[in-house]
Design a protein around this ligand. Structure first.
Ligand code: SF4
Length: 252
C-alpha cells in the first residue's frame, strides 16, 4: 500500500521574476512530485523545464551528494568523493596560496545562493573581500537591463506579464524567451493570436526569432546605434505619445 501523501503549496526558489506557484506532493517527508499551480495567473499551470522535473532531479541516483576531487589530469574525467571537511580544507589551502601570492588573481564569481539575505547579499562579498580578490560588478547578466529600467520607470521593475496580452506590437530585443522566459512567451502568443505583431532583434536567429513576424539580425555591437536611430526617427517624424510624455516623464 502506498504511504499517505500530502499536498504542499510552494514557490519556485530560483532567481526568476515569474516566481511560479507550485504544488508539491510529499510522501513521508519526501517531495515526490512538483507541478505548477494552475490558479496562479502568471504561472498558468506551467513550470519551466528547469523546475518541472525538480523531484526527479533531486532524488536522481546520479545526483552528486558529496564533493568530488579530481584525481586524474584535467579533462580525464577521474574524480573521487571526499568529505565536506576535506573539501573545505583543500579549497582553503589552494585559495590561501593564491591570496598570499597575488590575491587579485582570484576573480569573484558567485551569485545569490539560496536567494536569502545572508547568502544573497553579504557573505560572498565578505569572503572575497577578505581574500583580497579582484573587484567585480557582481552581476554579469542584468546590469544593463536594470540601468535601463531605472531610467525608464524610475525603479528596477518590469511590466506585469498579463499586460502583454493587450499589446499590439511586441519588440523582443536580445532575448530568446522560448528558452528563457516561458510565461512571457505564452502571453506573447496570446497577443499574436489577437493580432499583435512580434519583432525580434537579435544577431542570432533563435527559436524565438524564427517565430516572430520579423527578425532584425543586426551585427553584434550595433544595438546602441539602432536604438539611437529609432529614437531619432520617433522624434523627427513626431511619432511620440506627447500626452504620455507630459504626464509621466521628467526632463524629456
Ligand atoms: S519560470 Fe522556472 S525558474 Fe522561473 S519561477 Fe517559474 S519555475 Fe521558477
Amino acid at each position: 500500500m502506498n504511504a499517505p501523501t500530502e499536498l504542499a503549496r510552494a514557490v519556485c526558489p530560483h532567481d526568476c521574476p515569474d516566481t511560479c506557484a507550485m504544488r508539491v506532493t510529499v510522501e513521508a517527508g519526501r517531495a515526490i512530485k512538483v507541478v505548477a499551480d494552475p490558479e496562479h495567473p502568471p504561472t498558468q499551470g506551467a513550470l519551466c523545464t528547469k523546475v518541472s522535473r525538480y523531484a526527479e532531479r533531486v532524488h536522481h541516483p546520479q545526483r552528486l551528494t558529496t564533493p568530488m576531487k579530481r584525481v586524474g589530469r584535467k579533462g580525464e574525467g577521474r574524480f573521487e568523493p571526499i568529505s565536506w571537511d576535506d573539501a573545505f580544507q583543500l579549497a582553503a589551502r589552494r585559495l590561501s596560496e593564491i591570496a598570499r601570492r597575488a590575491p587579485e588573481a582570484i576573480v569573484p564569481y558567485s551569485y545569490a545562493g539560496t536567494m536569502g539575505l545572508i547568502q544573497g547579499d553579504s557573505i560572498a562579498q565578505r569572503f572575497f573581500h577578505k581574500l583580497g580578490a579582484s573587484q567585480l560588478d557582481r552581476t554579469i547578466c542584468a546590469a544593463a537591463g536594470a540601468a535601463g529600467l531605472k531610467y525608464t520607470y524610475g525603479a528596477n521593475i518590469g511590466m506585469l506579464t498579463e499586460f502583454f496580452d493587450e499589446s499590439e506590437v511586441i519588440l523582443i530585443w536580445g532575448s530568446n524567451p522560448i528558452a528563457s522566459n516561458l510565461h512571457f512567451w505564452t502571453r506573447a502568443q496570446h497577443a499574436k493570436r489577437r493580432g499583435a505583431r512580434l519583432i525580434a532583434i537579435d544577431p542570432y536567429r533563435s527559436l524565438t526569432a524564427e517565430k516572430c513576424h520579423q527578425h532584425i539580425a543586426l551585427k553584434p555591437g550595433t544595438d546602441g546605434a539602432l536604438a539611437l536611430g529609432m529614437m531619432n526617427v520617433l522624434i523627427t517624424e513626431n511619432l511620440l505619445d506627447h500626452a504620455y510624455i507630459e504626464a509621466h516623464t521628467l526632463g524629456f
